[in-house]
Design a protein around this ligand. Structure first.
Ligand SMILES: Nc1ncnc2c1ncn2[C@@H]1O[C@H](COP(=O)(O)OP(=O)(O)O)[C@@H](O)[C@H]1O
Ligand SMILES: [Mg+2]
Length: 290
């Protein structure tokens, strides 16, 4: 079975998770011509706005064709449903990124999670996510799951069922606290299974800040963090990338200069780690951090 499902997670919000999912999906598509599915598992639906824009998103949300609608069929209504009816194609405003697909998010996720917890349906939810991911792994080259900051029942299921987690962090104290909390959560109940650490990513770094440089050194000094060599700098381009434009633009226009170089380097590192890991799995090697 392919090991290509990556949950993008840090228990802290505002650390650039969704922006990294966007940049990775668009670079994997535009540069490497891979089929990428983005799953929006955040009730705020940021990545759905970034990829599909408000108009298309409102339409599918109104029709209930979102991740929440799909999971509701599987877990609450206990009916079979075809995930293909819920996946949007032709998303992304980058002209070369034509192979990005989106399972969009919805604010209703919070209500769905309450229904799951109230009905004791967590095991059914985890089974549904496991079966869904198995199908998606075989259809797409890479599956990226954009997780919200908190450790909800849905997020926990992704983290236990996906192959890897990728943790973006700002090089500051509060973001590092978010990582420590995440690591403690991972160490609990190891028998329940958990994604391997494909890498920690320093992002939104202010190139002029001494304090942030010091934090980055500290994060890199711990080899179990498995930091990516690439750092994504804080920049107007990366900030503006989050805004969907109805006029299609080139990859270079969206990710100019250093933003584009950094996203390309990171994407190559992710692909290298995916293929190295696949090779070491074959040799039965033991993976990543704790
Ligand atoms: N490298 C960056 N440089 C500048 N701004 C960024 C960068 N990455 C993200 N942002 C901005 O920071 C805010 C939070 O980013 P987002 O990706 O939504 O974080 P999260 O998903 O962790 O909550 C957004 O306004 C986004 O445009
Ligand atoms: Mg987000």
């Amino acid at each position: 079975m392919k090991q290509n499902a990556i949950s993008v997670m840090n228990t802290k919000g505002g650390v650039g998770k969704s922006t990294i999912v966007l940049g990775l999906a668009e670079t994997l598509s535009a540069d490497h011509h891979l089929n990428v599915l983005v799953i929006d598992s955040d009730a705020q639906a940021s990545i759905s706005y970034m990829l599909a824009g408000p108009k298309r998103l409102t339409d599918v949300q109104t029709e209930g064709r979102t991740l929440v609608g799909l999971l509701d069929e599987y877990v609450v209504k206990q009916r079979s449903a075809d995930w293909r009816d819920y996946v949007m194609s032709g998303v992304s405003d980058v002209d070369d990124a034509r192979s990005v697909y989106l399972l969009p998010g919805d604010t209703e996720l919070t209500l769905f999670e309450r229904a799951v917890s109230k009905g004791g349906a967590e095991p059914a939810l985890r089974r549904a996510i496991s079966v869904l991911l198995d199908e998606l792994r075989s259809v797409f080259d890479v599956v990226l799951i954009d997780c919200p900051p908190g450790l909800s029942v849905v997020t926990e299921s992704w983290l236990r069922e996906s192959d890897y987690h990728l943790s973006p962090t700002r090089p500051d104290f509060i973001s590092a606290c978010g990582l420590a909390f995440f690591r403690r959560f991972k160490q609990r109940n190891p028998e329940m299974g958990f994604a391997d650490n494909i890498g920690l990513l320093v992002t939104m770094k202010d190139p002029r800040s001494q304090v942030e440089a010091e934090f980055e050194r500290w994060l890199r000094s711990d080899s179990s963090n498995n930091c990516f060599e690439t750092t994504i700098p804080r920049s107007h381009a990366m900030q503006f990338a989050a805004t969907y434009t109805s006029e299609i633009r080139s990859f270079h226009a969206k990710y100019p200069a250093e933003a584009g170089h950094a996203m390309r380097r990171l994407t190559r590192e992710v692909l290298d780690r995916l293929s190295k890991q696949a090779q070491s799995e074959l040799k039965q090697a033991t993976p990543g951090w704790n």
